[in-house]
Write a protein of this length. Structure first.
Length: 302
């Protein structure tokens, strides 16, 4: 089976490699030529443009995008729409908003071009361990994509799901990432509390390693955390800034719209916002308030 990949970064490149290893014929395009050339040694047919990618694939074509959500995705799909033919299929594997995916599917359908949105989880470890895949697609598109998902997933029968119609894949991935926020926050807060209890002198790496086996909270996130703590428990070289890539904001917005309470995930998102606030103006105001009503001292800024 032939598939074209657009975007050969950390995720897209490893996904292309996994498909090549499974016997697929993969053509790839990336604006950065070195990304394509690196994979060419492993059997990828590197091309210099979207035009070469499309015209080199047998029909009906399957073109899978792994590019940043937003303007780049929008422009790439618009460009592809002018190159592809009826019965071809575009797959967006990035973290797009599900409403954008629904809109794009309708526009492409006017030209007879299919569209599927697939939430992809697995990070840089996906090549070795397989990817979690949540697909939103019409039944005929889902059938066409099934062999690809079976090759990308941990096993042909596990780790992938046809979640529903177009939009369902990216909605499911949005919720997945929100849950991830909450799990990460809980682990970070718990380990921080252990660290602060100086009288016990907890070995955080040892505890995290013990928790990995037989406990209710064992998880891949805990595995990765335990691995890092064996090399660095103080984290002195790590800035206390945690970025949010958008999915958590979208999820909280959906929860408000639907009237569904998600306090843990919302608080985890707010904790990320707080870490990004270099000015911490609200905290400074709180210090001033305590001084004004109670005469409490204020710590001078360095």
């Amino acid at each position: 089976m032939n598939v074209g990949f657009v975007g050969l970064g950390k995720m897209g490149g490893n996904m292309a490699r996994r498909l090549l290893r499974a016997g697929f014929k993969v053509a790839g395009y990336d604006p950065n030529p070195s990304a394509s050339q690196t994979l060419a040694a492993g059997g990828l047919r590197a091309v210099a443009s979207l035009e070469f990618l499309v015209y080199g694939l047998p029909v009906p074509r399957t073109v899978w995008l792994m590019v940043p959500a937003g303007e780049i995705t929008e422009k790439t799909i618009a460009h592809l729409a002018n190159l592809l033919s009826a019965a071809d299929l575009i797959v967006d594997g990035g973290n797009a908003h599900y409403k954008d995916s629904q809109r794009r599917a309708l526009l492409l359908a006017e030209r007879g071009i299919g569209f599927a949105d697939i939430g992809v989880s697995g990070g840089v470890w996906g090549f070795d361990n397989g990817y979690g895949l949540m697909m939103g697609a019409r039944p005929e598109a889902a059938q066409q994509l099934t062999p690809i998902l079976q090759a990308l997933a941990p096993t042909p029968g596990t780790g992938w799901v046809h979640a529903g119609p177009v939009g369902a894949g990216h909605f499911a991935k949005m919720v997945h990432n929100g849950i991830e926020y909450g799990m990460m926050q809980a682990l970070a807060e718990g380990l921080n509390l252990l660290r602060k209890k100086k009288e016990f002198g907890f070995d955080l790496a040892g505890l995290a390693e013990a928790w990995r086996h037989g406990t209710v909270i064992r998880s891949w996130l805990l595995d990765l955390t335990a691995e890092y703590l064996t090399t660095d428990q103080n984290l002195e070289g790590i800035a206390p800034v945690v970025a949010d890539s958008g999915e958590g904001r979208w999820m909280v917005g959906e929860a408000v719209e639907l009237g569904v309470p998600i306090p843990v995930i919302t608080q985890a998102l707010y904790a990320r916002f707080e870490s990004q606030d270099q000015e911490a103006y609200d905290h400074r105001l709180l210090a001033v308030m305590r001084k004004m009503f109670g005469g409490h001292s204020v710590t001078a800024a360095e």
